[in-house]
Design a protein around this ligand. Structure first.
Ligand SMILES: [Zn+2]
Length: 234
């Protein structure tokens, strides 16, 4: 991590008119939320990837397995926002937007009023049969809706499902009006999220803050832990 890069980032934040943050799992690991993409589930003694498990087909054909995986690996209802969520919230509430891949609600908990949850969130839960809204407390007891026998699911985008059109439209609008793009805590390989960069304002400056280099050209890459970077930023 070069000190001159951090100074430059701070200057760009100060002078930007509208900032967009594009964030991923690396922001929430400091709140004790592991990256579920690195987890595997066991079904019939066979290890399965999250891509397989978190699909519509598993939800309907093996609902119990889906439910166990989600409950054991994705829900952390007691997790608290960390300094990264807080500083991003502070900046967004002043002059920016956040588009996040995270589904943990920690940005909203941090008080951020400009959150677009690209992949939905775990705490919007509904019955797939009668579309009744279900609380997390109810879902944590059973995945079958007692009223109708339908399967309950979180309103997150599963592998193979499409991003909601209104979310895409809003995200593109945000990209176009922002003169500073800060990619943070994501390896930026999940599509169509990574595609958002194609919609940026042509005048926008772009930074990434991540432990590893991300596959994008023409951007300033700060390699390191996002928490160390945000501790320094004002
Ligand atoms: Zn129902």
């Amino acid at each position: 991590m070069k000190k001159s890069d951090l100074i430059e980032l701070q200057q760009e934040i100060d002078k930007a008119n509208h900032i967009v943050f594009l964030t991923g799992a690396g922001v929430s690991t400091h709140s004790g939320i592991p990256d579920y993409r690195s987890k595997n589930g066991i079904y019939n003694g066979v290890q399965e990837s999250p891509e397989n498990i978190l699909s519509e087909s598993t939800l309907y054909n093996r609902p119990e397995f889906f439910y166990q995986f989600v409950m054991n690996n994705m829900y952390f209802p007691d997790a608290k926002p960390n300094l990264i969520h807080q500083k991003i919230a502070q900046i967004c509430n002043q002059k920016g937007d956040l588009i996040t891949q995270n589904i943990d609600c920690l940005d909203t908990k941090a008080g951020n009023k400009h959150v677009t949850e690209f992949h939905g969130n775990l705490y919007n839960i509904y019955c797939t049969k009668c579309h009744y809204s279900i609380s997390y407390e109810k879902y944590s007891q059973n995945y079958i809706h007692q009223n109708c026998g339908g399967i309950i699911r979180p309103d997150i985008v599963l592998y193979g499902e499409s991003i909601k059109p209104e979310t895409l439209t809003k995200s593109v609008e945000i990209m176009q009006k922002s003169d500073l793009v800060i990619i943070c805590g994501t390896s930026f390989v999940v599509y169509p999220f990574a595609q958002l960069l194609a919609y940026r304002n042509e005048k926008a400056k772009i930074f990434s803050i991540n432990k590893t280099k991300i596959p994008a050209s023409g951007i300033k890459q700060i390699i390191g832990d996002a928490l160390d970077v945000f501790k320094i930023l004002n």
